[in-house]
Design a protein around this ligand. Structure first.
Ligand SMILES: Cc1cc2nc3c(=O)[nH]c(=O)nc-3n(C[C@H](O)[C@H](O)[C@H](O)COP(=O)(O)OP(=O)(O)OC[C@H]3O[C@@H](n4cnc5c(N)ncnc54)[C@H](O)[C@@H]3O)c2cc1C
Length: 310
């Protein structure tokens, strides 16, 4: 718990970031979780995953953009990505994931308006390319704003997906609202450091909340996307699919690139829709720190590669 807090604090520390980015072995660790810095890296990884019978959702790394030009650059990165995915014939199996804070939501003036405009452009490009967009959920101060922006987008793009985080106390109620026909909802545990007033702190409470949320979504009429690596929750998800008479293709499992890759392939081979979240771009630091906070067992691997000379 203390280690998780320390790593989540490191995710926001510029000094730690500079230290880690300069270390010789960090690239090796990054490669395990991140496709690479360029658009073509993301397309190549998606291609390989699809070849293996998996689906992909691709995320251009970057968050908390504080200037308008950066927000425009991120939007353009998505437009290019969608063009390349379509050109490679991958859009039936690959979509994109977008953080609203990366495309303007956190700008001090007109943030929501700018994020909505940019998100609109990305959705339009996705529609042209024949695929979908899922909007990531960030820390709890942004939840209402993100839900509002996505609700607005869904008027024009009913397939626009939203993420709900089981660690938030409010999420069970949000799941009821989103169990409606046509809604695409990714359910995850949640990756940010949140106060007790809004979020469950104990793993067991988060897991129980995940099960309650999953029950609502799987019994509903939307398209649930169960994002977890947790073997128990995956098993319960499968059982709920059977209990609710859901056919394959009416829900999916999702996991992160580099995390439990054998389990990803096993589920796909068993006939499940299994989507892999593939991040790319040079802004990998905050993302990687959150992954390490979830799995301190990976720290040994990380520490070794930091001192290695390769
Ligand atoms: C597709 C996807 C999209 C996401 N989008 C968001 C988002 O928009 N917003 C957000 O806040 N969070 C997001 N997350 C992150 C999520 O909230 C969790 O932080 C993350 O998934 C870890 O939670 P877990 O469900 O895997 O459970 P954990 O409690 O971290 O792990 C449960 C169990 O899973 C297994 N496991 C986990 N990691 C590993 C590993 N590295 N190797 C082997 N076994 C492992 C272990 O058995 C472990 O006990 C997303 C996650 C996924 C998969």
């Amino acid at each position: 718990m203390v280690l998780r807090r320390t790593l989540l604090a490191a995710a926001g520390s510029e000094r730690t970031r500079a230290l880690i980015e300069r270390s010789p072995g960090s690239r090796q660790v990054v490669k395990r979780y991140v496709a690479g810095p360029a658009t073509d890296d993301a397309v190549a990884v998606a291609d390989a995953l699809i070849e293996d019978g998996l689906l992909a959702t691709i995320d251009y790394l970057g968050e908390d953009t504080t200037d308008t030009n950066q927000a425009i650059l991120v939007k353009e990165a998505y437009l290019l990505l969608l063009e390349r995915l379509a050109a490679a014939g991958l859009t039936p199996h690959a979509e994109v994931s977008v953080k609203l804070s990366a495309i303007g939501q956190s700008l001090s003036s007109d943030g929501e308006k700018i994020a909505l405009e940019h998100a609109h452009a990305v959705c339009e490009a996705a529609q042209r390319a024949g695929t979908t967009v899922t909007f990531d959920m960030e820390d709890h101060t942004t939840t209402d704003s993100t839900l509002k922006i996505v609700a607005e987008l869904r008027r024009d793009y009913p397939w626009a997906g939203i993420v709900l985080q089981a660690y938030l106390r409010r999420t069970e109620a949000d799941c009821k609202d989103f169990a409606a026909p046509g809604s695409r909802v990714r359910l995850c545990k949640g990756a940010y450091r949140e106060p007790e007033s809004v979020a469950y702190q104990e793993k067991q409470d988060v897991d129980l909340s995940y099960v309650r949320c999953m029950r609502t979504l799987m019994a509903g009429e939307g398209y649930p996307m169960l994002a977890t690596h947790d073997p128990r929750l995956i098993e319960i998800g499968g059982a709920l699919a059977v209990r609710n008479g859901r056919s394959i293709g009416s829900y999916e499992f999702q996991m992160l690139f580099g995390v439990r890759p054998h389990e990803q392939k096993r589920l796909a081979a068993a006939g499940e829709r299994m989507r892999v979240y593939v991040p790319y771009g040079s802004e990998w630091y905050g993302y990687l720190m959150r992954r390490l906070a979830e799995r301190p067992a990976n720290l040994g691997f990380f520490a070794r590669s930091l001192v290695s000379k390769d």
